[in-house]
Design a binder for this molecule. Structure first.
Ligand code: SF4
Length: 469
């Protein structure tokens, strides 16, 4: 068996950033080349600390869904996955054996050479008859002073495409560093100019900042009077949302397998955990805020507070993805970065096959089955707060200054709304939902939401009533 793990940034505040990763996971799942495709996030669940536990196989390839190398791909992700590596990732990736799994960690998809094809695709969409005689290409990057690697990919792509002979000129321009995008009329002489944003997704920069800095009024903008005569600019969609990125991801995964190819046994702990969940479901039972019941070969999942309501009163979904989408927000429409917070919306039911039940529960409560089963078997190890705090880097390293009272104060507000029991703070959990106590779910390590709130507390930015996530 082989597992592919896609890592996204995610957000405590909105679900958009995770949605792009979901979409690629679905596209790749559809190709059937991996036995499973799992997503993990820095700011959402399953978290980077949990995601490897959610994979069914011992042969795992992890791909960071980022457009360039930088702090997340070189520092945060390797650290949180426990790869024992910091700094630039070599082109062949990093392979480690962790907890019985072979884990291969690759470069981010954006730096793969085949992204050049995606740039050309995007350029052709914007200007189908592009021609080396009269068309210039601009590869447009964000640029930043924090990590010099982030602009290298732009220069490398521009250099390679210059050599392709497809364009009269190829320029690398940036939003935040020189040469700036606003200088294009001085630099480009060709009458037709295609601009391809080398960005992960459509957003504020691609929709507002770039058009504003370039003086664009739409997909095609005529400039009758530039230093080089009349010019027309064709504005392409960002590379990161092109469906061909799914192929780039598969290339990266194949290359990572490389010399360390190995059959990969199935992970026994994972199977035992899900077997236990299926047994619970067959008997019918509660897990967190939901009720699972078996009905003639299929399983029904619904909010426990909707027990007894006729099915016709509820929105019915029949796929794990449908269940995921219905439970992504609370009843007020707010994003739910931590799925064990007690804010699961009501009013729905999911009717799933046994295989789909596993994926559905994974979406509903990421890593909960694996961690709770490990606790049930006395093999779950808690990470005390000081260890979590010491691991933080960058803007989060400030949490190391939090006093135990500050951590406790924040946790008493944030964790009070969570089903989990804080083993990391010394709380104990004798029973679990596997032994019939629905809400008994362990929390082995402070989640990123709590870390973020502790940081606010230390900075004095946390309001008296705390944040309402
Ligand atoms: S740290 Fe608190 S809020 Fe976060 S998962 Fe654990 S118990 Fe829940």
């Amino acid at each position: 068996m082989r597992s592919l793990v896609l890592i996204g940034h995610g957000s405590h505040l909105n679900g958009e950033s995770a949605a792009a990763v979901y979409r690629y996971a679905e596209l790749i799942r559809g190709r059937g080349l991996f036995d499973e495709v799992v997503e993990g996030y820095w700011k959402e669940e399953p978290s980077l600390r949990q995601v490897l536990k959610t994979t069914a196989s011992t042969d795992v390839t992890v791909i960071p869904m980022f457009i360039s190398e930088g702090y997340f791909t070189e520092t945060v992700i390797p650290r949180e996955l426990g790869l024992g590596h910091q700094g630039p990732v070599p082109p062949e990736g990093i392979a480690r054996v962790l907890g019985g799994r072979t884990v291969r960690y690759t470069l981010p998809y954006g730096v793969h050479p085949s992204m050049r094809d995606v740039i050309v695709e995007r350029a052709r969409e914007a200007l189908p008859d592009l021609d080396a005689a009269d068309t210039a290409l601009v590869v447009l990057g964000h640029g930043t002073t924090r990590n010099e690697n982030s602009n290298r990919v732009i220069y490398e792509n521009a250099q390679a495409l210059r050599g392709s002979g497809l364009f009269a000129e190829v320029h690398a321009l940036f939003l935040d560093e020189d040469p700036k995008v606003g200088t294009w009329p001085e630099k480009i002489t060709a009458p037709r100019v295609v601009v391809v944003p080398f960005f992960a997704s459509e957003g504020w920069h691609t929709l507002e900042t770039i058009p504003e800095d370039m003086g664009l009024t739409g997909d095609v903008t005529e400039f009758p009077d530039t230093p080089h005569g009349p010019q027309t600019v064709y504005y392409a969609k960002p590379v990161g949302t092109h469906p061909a990125v799914a192929d780039v991801i598969l290339h990266l995964a194949e290359e990572a397998r490389g010399a360390s190819e190995r059959g990969g046994d199935e992970d026994r702990a994972w199977h035992a955990a899900w077997q236990a969940l299926v047994s619970l479901a067959r008997r019918g039972g509660r897990l967190g805020e939901v009720l699972i019941s078996a009905q003639s070969g299929v399983y029904e999942v619904r909010h426990a507070l909707d027990e007894g309501r006729p099915g016709s009163d509820l929105t019915t979904v029949v796929t794990p993805e449908g269940l995921r989408d219905l439970t992504r927000r609370d009843e007020g429409g707010n994003h739910r970065p931590v799925h064990t917070l007690r804010n699961l919306p009501r009013g729905w039911r999911a009717v799933l096959s046994e295989d789909d039940l596993v994926r559905g529960v994974h979406f509903l409560y990421p890593a909960v089955v694996e961690e709770t089963y490990a606790h049930h078997c006395r093999t779950l190890r808690a990470t005390p707060w000081p260890t979590t705090a010491r691991r933080q880097t960058g803007i989060y390293s400030r949490v190391q200054r939090a006093t135990p009272e500050q951590v406790e104060h924040v946790a008493s507000e944030v964790c009070a709304n969570c089903l989990r029991t804080r083993l990391w703070a010394g709380e104990t959990l004798a029973q679990t939902f596997f032994s019939g106590v629905p809400g008994a779910i362990p929390c082995a390590e402070a989640c990123t939401l709590l870390v973020a709130e502790v940081r606010e507390e230390v900075s004095g930015k946390r309001g008296a009533g705390g944040h309402s996530h």
